[in-house]
Design a protein around this ligand. Structure first.
Ligand SMILES: [Cu+2]
Length: 94
């Protein structure tokens, strides 16, 4: 009985820890078609407009975008879709 109880506490603890990190994910996208220094702003804006995205850093030099998002609200496919619609096809790099 005592053992069962501590197991329940342990499981509860793990679930709580999961909930804290729930959804927060970061993906790096390789972005095509960025030909000048203002392209990253357009890419960044298209990513920031996706519901669930909390941060988007776009590098013109690296031709990449690092996006932090809530995986309960969106996913990598929606992110690449957003940049593609803005004229910059992308795909996850990691
Ligand atoms: Cu440009």
């Amino acid at each position: 009985m005592k053992r069962l109880l501590s197991l329940a506490v342990l499981t509860g603890g793990l679930l709580a820890a999961d909930a804290v990190n729930a959804g927060e994910q970061t993906v790096t996208l390789a972005v095509e078609n960025m030909t000048c220094a203002s392209c990253p702003y357009i890419v960044k804006r298209s990513l920031a407009a996706v519901p669930g995205v909390s941060n988007a850093q776009v590098s013109f030099e690296m031709k990449s975008a690092t996006v932090t998002f809530d995986d309960q609200k969106t996913n990598a496919a929606a992110l690449t879709d957003a940049t593609t619609k803005a004229g910059f096809p992308s795909h996850p790099r990691n």
